[in-house]
Design a protein around this ligand. Structure first.
Ligand SMILES: NC(=O)c1ccc[n+]([C@@H]2O[C@H](COP(=O)([O-])OP(=O)(O)OC[C@H]3O[C@@H](n4cnc5c(N)ncnc54)[C@H](OP(=O)(O)O)[C@@H]3O)[C@@H](O)[C@H]2O)c1
Length: 210
Protein backbone atom coordinates (compact mmCIF):
# COMPACT_ATOMS: atom_id res chain seq x y z
CA UNK A 1 0.00 0.00 0.00
CA UNK A 2 1.02 3.61 -0.49
CA UNK A 3 0.55 5.20 2.94
CA UNK A 4 0.83 8.92 3.74
CA UNK A 5 1.64 9.73 7.39
CA UNK A 6 0.98 13.41 8.11
CA UNK A 7 2.89 14.09 11.32
CA UNK A 8 5.23 11.24 10.39
CA UNK A 9 8.25 13.14 11.72
CA UNK A 10 6.86 13.51 15.26
CA UNK A 11 7.24 11.33 18.36
CA UNK A 12 4.28 9.11 17.52
CA UNK A 13 4.37 9.47 13.74
CA UNK A 14 7.99 8.30 13.50
CA UNK A 15 7.12 5.02 15.21
CA UNK A 16 4.12 4.54 12.91
CA UNK A 17 6.32 5.15 9.86
CA UNK A 18 8.94 2.71 11.19
CA UNK A 19 6.33 -0.01 11.84
CA UNK A 20 4.53 0.27 8.49
CA UNK A 21 7.64 0.77 6.33
CA UNK A 22 8.50 -2.93 6.59
CA UNK A 23 5.55 -3.86 4.36
CA UNK A 24 4.39 -0.68 2.63
CA UNK A 25 5.53 2.39 0.73
CA UNK A 26 5.30 5.03 3.46
CA UNK A 27 5.58 8.79 2.90
CA UNK A 28 6.37 10.83 6.03
CA UNK A 29 4.98 14.38 5.95
CA UNK A 30 5.73 17.12 8.48
CA UNK A 31 5.32 20.85 8.79
CA UNK A 32 9.02 21.54 8.20
CA UNK A 33 10.62 18.03 8.21
CA UNK A 34 9.78 14.93 6.19
CA UNK A 35 9.60 13.94 2.53
CA UNK A 36 6.81 16.48 1.95
CA UNK A 37 5.61 19.48 3.94
CA UNK A 38 2.14 20.71 4.78
CA UNK A 39 0.46 23.14 7.14
CA UNK A 40 -2.78 21.41 8.10
CA UNK A 41 -4.30 24.72 9.24
CA UNK A 42 -4.26 25.88 5.59
CA UNK A 43 -6.53 24.01 3.12
CA UNK A 44 -4.49 25.37 0.17
CA UNK A 45 -1.36 23.79 1.65
CA UNK A 46 -3.21 20.46 2.09
CA UNK A 47 -4.33 20.60 -1.57
CA UNK A 48 -0.81 21.28 -2.72
CA UNK A 49 0.55 18.33 -0.67
CA UNK A 50 -1.96 15.86 -2.15
CA UNK A 51 -1.34 17.19 -5.67
CA UNK A 52 2.37 16.40 -5.22
CA UNK A 53 1.87 12.97 -3.60
CA UNK A 54 -0.97 11.84 -5.88
CA UNK A 55 -3.27 8.87 -5.23
CA UNK A 56 -2.72 6.81 -2.09
CA UNK A 57 -4.24 3.84 -0.23
CA UNK A 58 -4.13 5.08 3.36
CA UNK A 59 -3.74 8.38 5.13
CA UNK A 60 -2.66 8.44 8.76
CA UNK A 61 -2.71 11.70 10.66
CA UNK A 62 -0.63 12.10 13.82
CA UNK A 63 -0.80 15.89 13.96
CA UNK A 64 -2.62 18.34 16.12
CA UNK A 65 -1.76 21.21 18.41
CA UNK A 66 -4.21 22.06 21.19
CA UNK A 67 -3.70 24.72 23.87
CA UNK A 68 -3.06 23.11 27.26
CA UNK A 69 -3.62 25.54 30.18
CA UNK A 70 -5.86 26.11 33.20
CA UNK A 71 -9.35 27.22 32.17
CA UNK A 72 -8.80 30.52 34.03
CA UNK A 73 -6.10 31.38 31.46
CA UNK A 74 -8.08 30.35 28.38
CA UNK A 75 -10.12 32.61 26.10
CA UNK A 76 -11.44 32.47 22.55
CA UNK A 77 -7.97 32.60 20.95
CA UNK A 78 -6.66 29.71 23.04
CA UNK A 79 -9.65 27.48 22.20
CA UNK A 80 -9.28 28.29 18.49
CA UNK A 81 -5.78 26.77 18.42
CA UNK A 82 -7.22 23.27 18.82
CA UNK A 83 -10.20 23.97 16.56
CA UNK A 84 -8.03 25.24 13.67
CA UNK A 85 -5.19 22.78 14.12
CA UNK A 86 -6.07 19.39 15.62
CA UNK A 87 -9.79 19.43 14.69
CA UNK A 88 -10.20 21.17 11.32
CA UNK A 89 -6.65 20.31 10.25
CA UNK A 90 -7.50 16.61 10.43
CA UNK A 91 -11.06 17.04 9.09
CA UNK A 92 -9.67 18.89 6.07
CA UNK A 93 -7.12 16.13 5.46
CA UNK A 94 -10.13 13.83 5.03
CA UNK A 95 -12.32 16.26 3.05
CA UNK A 96 -9.55 17.06 0.56
CA UNK A 97 -7.94 13.62 0.76
CA UNK A 98 -11.23 12.05 -0.46
CA UNK A 99 -10.30 13.23 -3.95
CA UNK A 100 -7.03 11.27 -3.89
CA UNK A 101 -7.77 8.11 -1.87
CA UNK A 102 -8.09 4.88 -3.83
CA UNK A 103 -11.07 2.49 -3.59
CA UNK A 104 -11.11 0.54 -0.29
CA UNK A 105 -8.55 2.91 1.23
CA UNK A 106 -8.55 4.22 4.79
CA UNK A 107 -8.15 7.33 6.89
CA UNK A 108 -6.87 7.05 10.47
CA UNK A 109 -6.92 10.17 12.64
CA UNK A 110 -5.62 10.94 16.14
CA UNK A 111 -7.53 12.11 19.23
CA UNK A 112 -6.29 11.17 22.73
CA UNK A 113 -7.34 9.81 26.10
CA UNK A 114 -8.26 13.21 27.56
CA UNK A 115 -12.03 13.62 27.32
CA UNK A 116 -15.16 14.48 29.27
CA UNK A 117 -15.00 10.95 30.73
CA UNK A 118 -11.26 11.25 31.50
CA UNK A 119 -10.60 14.93 32.25
CA UNK A 120 -7.21 16.23 33.37
CA UNK A 121 -6.21 19.61 34.81
CA UNK A 122 -5.72 22.08 31.94
CA UNK A 123 -7.42 19.78 29.45
CA UNK A 124 -10.76 21.50 28.66
CA UNK A 125 -9.86 22.40 25.09
CA UNK A 126 -8.21 19.01 24.51
CA UNK A 127 -11.35 17.18 25.72
CA UNK A 128 -13.55 19.38 23.50
CA UNK A 129 -11.48 18.71 20.37
CA UNK A 130 -11.28 14.96 21.01
CA UNK A 131 -15.06 14.67 21.42
CA UNK A 132 -15.58 16.55 18.15
CA UNK A 133 -13.03 14.40 16.29
CA UNK A 134 -14.47 11.13 17.54
CA UNK A 135 -18.01 12.28 16.64
CA UNK A 136 -16.81 13.21 13.17
CA UNK A 137 -15.05 9.88 12.59
CA UNK A 138 -17.94 7.72 13.83
CA UNK A 139 -20.53 9.57 11.74
CA UNK A 140 -18.54 10.43 8.60
CA UNK A 141 -17.09 6.89 8.33
CA UNK A 142 -20.60 5.64 7.51
CA UNK A 143 -20.89 8.00 4.54
CA UNK A 144 -17.52 7.48 2.89
CA UNK A 145 -17.88 6.09 -0.65
CA UNK A 146 -16.05 3.34 -2.59
CA UNK A 147 -15.31 1.13 0.41
CA UNK A 148 -13.16 3.79 2.07
CA UNK A 149 -12.93 3.34 5.86
CA UNK A 150 -12.03 5.70 8.72
CA UNK A 151 -10.97 5.09 12.33
CA UNK A 152 -9.31 7.13 15.07
CA UNK A 153 -6.66 6.34 17.67
CA UNK A 154 -7.05 7.74 21.20
CA UNK A 155 -3.86 7.26 23.18
CA UNK A 156 -2.72 8.35 26.60
CA UNK A 157 0.61 10.11 27.10
CA UNK A 158 3.50 8.09 25.64
CA UNK A 159 6.71 7.38 27.54
CA UNK A 160 8.90 9.71 25.42
CA UNK A 161 6.50 12.62 25.96
CA UNK A 162 6.28 11.94 29.70
CA UNK A 163 10.10 11.92 30.00
CA UNK A 164 10.29 15.20 28.08
CA UNK A 165 7.46 16.75 30.14
CA UNK A 166 9.16 15.83 33.42
CA UNK A 167 12.17 17.90 32.33
CA UNK A 168 10.62 20.70 30.28
CA UNK A 169 6.89 20.98 31.02
CA UNK A 170 6.15 19.88 34.61
CA UNK A 171 2.51 21.07 34.46
CA UNK A 172 1.85 18.49 31.74
CA UNK A 173 3.60 15.73 33.68
CA UNK A 174 1.60 16.67 36.80
CA UNK A 175 -1.68 16.58 34.87
CA UNK A 176 -0.95 12.93 33.99
CA UNK A 177 0.10 12.02 37.52
CA UNK A 178 -1.15 8.51 38.32
CA UNK A 179 -1.68 7.58 34.66
CA UNK A 180 0.47 4.86 33.18
CA UNK A 181 2.32 6.13 30.07
CA UNK A 182 2.26 3.74 27.11
CA UNK A 183 5.00 2.66 24.71
CA UNK A 184 4.92 4.44 21.36
CA UNK A 185 5.32 1.03 19.73
CA UNK A 186 1.95 0.02 21.24
CA UNK A 187 0.31 3.14 19.80
CA UNK A 188 1.78 2.30 16.39
CA UNK A 189 0.04 -1.08 16.49
CA UNK A 190 -3.37 0.62 16.67
CA UNK A 191 -2.58 2.54 13.47
CA UNK A 192 -1.44 -0.68 11.81
CA UNK A 193 -4.67 -2.41 12.83
CA UNK A 194 -6.72 0.43 11.36
CA UNK A 195 -4.85 0.43 8.02
CA UNK A 196 -4.47 -3.32 7.50
CA UNK A 197 -7.75 -4.47 9.07
CA UNK A 198 -11.38 -4.20 7.97
CA UNK A 199 -12.94 -2.12 10.75
CA UNK A 200 -14.71 1.18 10.16
CA UNK A 201 -15.85 4.02 12.40
CA UNK A 202 -13.91 2.69 15.39
CA UNK A 203 -12.14 4.51 18.21
CA UNK A 204 -9.00 2.55 19.24
CA UNK A 205 -8.26 3.40 22.86
CA UNK A 206 -4.61 2.87 23.82
CA UNK A 207 -3.98 3.43 27.49
CA UNK A 208 -3.16 1.56 30.68
CA UNK A 209 -5.60 0.26 33.22
CA UNK A 210 -5.57 3.58 35.10
N1 LIG B 1 2.77 12.36 22.56
C1 LIG B 1 1.78 12.00 23.38
O1 LIG B 1 2.00 11.54 24.51
C2 LIG B 1 0.36 12.10 22.91
C3 LIG B 1 -0.68 11.61 23.74
C4 LIG B 1 -1.99 11.71 23.30
C5 LIG B 1 -2.26 12.27 22.07
N2 LIG B 1 -1.25 12.73 21.29
C6 LIG B 1 -1.56 13.33 20.00
O2 LIG B 1 -0.80 12.69 18.98
C7 LIG B 1 -0.48 13.63 17.97
C8 LIG B 1 1.03 13.62 17.71
O3 LIG B 1 1.71 13.90 18.92
P1 LIG B 1 3.31 13.87 18.99
O4 LIG B 1 3.66 13.91 20.43
O5 LIG B 1 3.85 12.80 18.13
O6 LIG B 1 3.65 15.31 18.37
P2 LIG B 1 5.06 15.90 17.92
O7 LIG B 1 6.19 15.04 18.32
O8 LIG B 1 5.06 17.33 18.33
O9 LIG B 1 4.97 15.84 16.31
C9 LIG B 1 4.07 16.64 15.62
C10 LIG B 1 4.10 16.25 14.15
O10 LIG B 1 3.15 17.05 13.45
C11 LIG B 1 3.81 17.89 12.52
N3 LIG B 1 3.10 19.18 12.55
C12 LIG B 1 3.04 20.07 13.56
N4 LIG B 1 2.25 21.11 13.22
C13 LIG B 1 1.83 20.87 11.95
C14 LIG B 1 1.03 21.57 11.02
N5 LIG B 1 0.46 22.76 11.33
N6 LIG B 1 0.81 21.03 9.81
C15 LIG B 1 1.36 19.82 9.49
N7 LIG B 1 2.12 19.11 10.31
C16 LIG B 1 2.36 19.64 11.53
C17 LIG B 1 5.26 17.95 12.93
O11 LIG B 1 6.08 18.24 11.81
P3 LIG B 1 7.62 18.78 11.98
O12 LIG B 1 8.44 17.63 12.47
O13 LIG B 1 8.02 19.18 10.60
O14 LIG B 1 7.53 19.93 12.96
C18 LIG B 1 5.43 16.52 13.46
O15 LIG B 1 5.56 15.62 12.39
C19 LIG B 1 -1.06 14.97 18.44
O16 LIG B 1 -2.35 15.12 17.89
C20 LIG B 1 -1.17 14.80 19.93
O17 LIG B 1 -2.19 15.60 20.50
C21 LIG B 1 0.06 12.66 21.69
Amino acid sequence: MKIVVVGGTGIIGKKVVERLSAHHEVIAVGRTNGQHNVDVTDPASIRSMFAKIGHFDALISTVGDVHFAPLSEMGDAEFRVGLNNKLMGQVNLVLIGREYIRDNGSFTLTSGMVSGEEPIRGGASIAMVHAALEGFVKAAALELPRGVRMNIVAMTIVEETMSKALKEFPALADAFSGYEPVLTSRVALAFQKSVEGIQNGRVYRVWGSN
